[in-house]
Design a protein around this ligand. Structure first.
Ligand code: SIN
Ligand code: CO
Length: 407
């Protein structure tokens, strides 16, 4: 297998423009793709990235699967029996690459590798708030994860070797019982294509698919999260509850909403749920209110929260603030590949933390968030704003941003 590629998009900052036809989308503009296909129907794009090679070589992917920082799974289909194990995997724990019918999946490769992050950046015509991660699968001949459906939108980009994809909407989404992974009981494909390096298949949620390697292959899946109503409601209520706690601890009337029952009479049936408790708790719950700002604050903090296994790497010998500013003026700065920075008109959300968008921050923060970098010359104009330089230096010391946008 070839070493990793020099020709995966080298500019990490190429955000496709909505109205510009793109090879990535088979010469559709992002606007046309979103209108016609996104969340609606599958699209096969031949040579979406001509001449692509895998962002990581097989050995580099195996090395990542050996690390605690990355989430990896090994799926085997030996003697027609499905098995799944979770990583990390030492090299001798993986089956031989000469053995057929197995696949290794590594999630969140974009958090660990700049080339993978650059590949992901090509899909930023879709809001960052929807982005989940870039997964890379390696499979030997016959390898795959079985016929299944996802609740995610996904772009399946063939980055090495060939894979036969069969897919289609299903009437029956019931799963085979007793398996360690979700495999459909009665899969029926409407379409079947063999994807070669550079080809890509877009699938909206719930379109069942089965991808089987034809010889050794690697596929990159760019996945977009679509949280369920129960996940959103649960997390939102948790966010509101935390805010209520903060408000209480800050307020002199602390405890005003705590449960009280001065009118509780003595009881002869101690196991009976008291009616006054039901009423009082109902009154406490009826006090919960929220507006659009609370929803935005929840979404911004929740969606920018780093995944549980994310660890930032602060600089070992950080520059002091003055030297940091000088360096940034020369060579700009960029967000770390693990950083998520979102914003709206009132606030910005950086790796799960929220702050108000001041008038001064409006001049640079949306630009940094959208482009994921600031050029040195922009920094020269803006660096008179000390609130900006203090904040950026803090982020730099935390490993959230880096000087040298061009590195
Ligand atoms: C794979 O890359 O093998 C699996 C991707 C998927 O089916 O979602
Ligand atoms: Co899938």
């Amino acid at each position: 297998m070839p070493a990793r590629s020099p020709n995966v998009p080298s500019s990490p900052f190429a955000v496709p423009l909505p109205d510009e036809p793109s090879t990535l989308l088979g010469n559709l503009t992002p606007a046309q793709f979103m209108r016609r296909y996104w969340q609606k129907k599958p699209l096969l794009i031949r040579q979406a990235i001509p001449g692509i090679q895998a962002p990581l070589s097989r050995d580099e992917l195996f090395e990542l699967a050996d690390s605690e920082d990355a989430e990896s799974r090994l799926i085997t289909h030996f003697r027609k029996s499905w098995a799944m194990e979770h990583g990390p995997f030492a090299p001798d724990e993986l089956p031989s690459v000469k053995k057929r019918d197995w696949t290794l999946l590594v999630q969140g490769v974009n958090l660990h590798d700049d080339r993978a992050r650059a590949l992901l950046d090509r899909f930023r015509f879709i809001p960052d708030a929807r982005l989940d991660d870039l997964m890379i699968s390696y499979a030997t001949d016959g390898g795959g994860v079985g016929a299944h459906f996802d609740s995610y939108d996904v772009f399946l980009l063939q980055v090495h070797g060939k894979r036969r994809w069969r897919f289609g909407a299903q009437r029956d989404l019931s799963l085979k019982e007793g398996l360690p992974l979700k495999v459909l009981q009665h899969f029926e494909a409407d379409e079947e294509w063999v994807l070669e390096p550079g080809d890509m298949l877009y699938l909206p949620p719930h379109i069942a698919h089965d991808g089987v390697a034809e010889g050794e292959c690697m596929t990159a899946s760019i996945g977009f999260r679509a949280p369920s109503a129960s996940e959103l409601s649960g997390q939102f209520l948790y966010h509101l509850a935390e805010r209520l706690d903060d408000a209480h601890s800050a307020s002199a009337k602390s405890g005003a909403l705590r449960y009280r029952d001065p009118a509780q009479p003595a009881v002869s049936r101690p196991a009976l749920l008291p009616q006054i408790m039901i009423e009082r708790v109902g009154a406490i719950l009826a006090n919960i209110e929220w507006n659009e700002k609370d929803v935005a604050s929840f979404l911004g903090t929740y969606l920018s929260e780093p995944k549980p296994n994310v660890v930032f790497d602060p600089p070992r010998r950080p520059l002091n603030e003055n030297r940091f500013i000088e360096r940034a003026k020369q060579s700009g700065l960029k967000l770390d590949k693990k950083t998520v920075l979102l914003y709206d008109t009132h606030a910005y959300f950086m790796n799960g933390e929220q702050d108000l968008m001041s008038g001064k921050a409006k001049k640079w923060l949306p630009e940094l968030a959208d482009k994921r970098y600031l050029e040195g010359k922009r920094f020269v104009t803006l660096s008179g704003d000390s609130s900006m330089t203090v904040l950026l230096h803090e982020w730099y010391c935390a490993g959230w941003i880096q000087v040298d946008a061009n590195a």
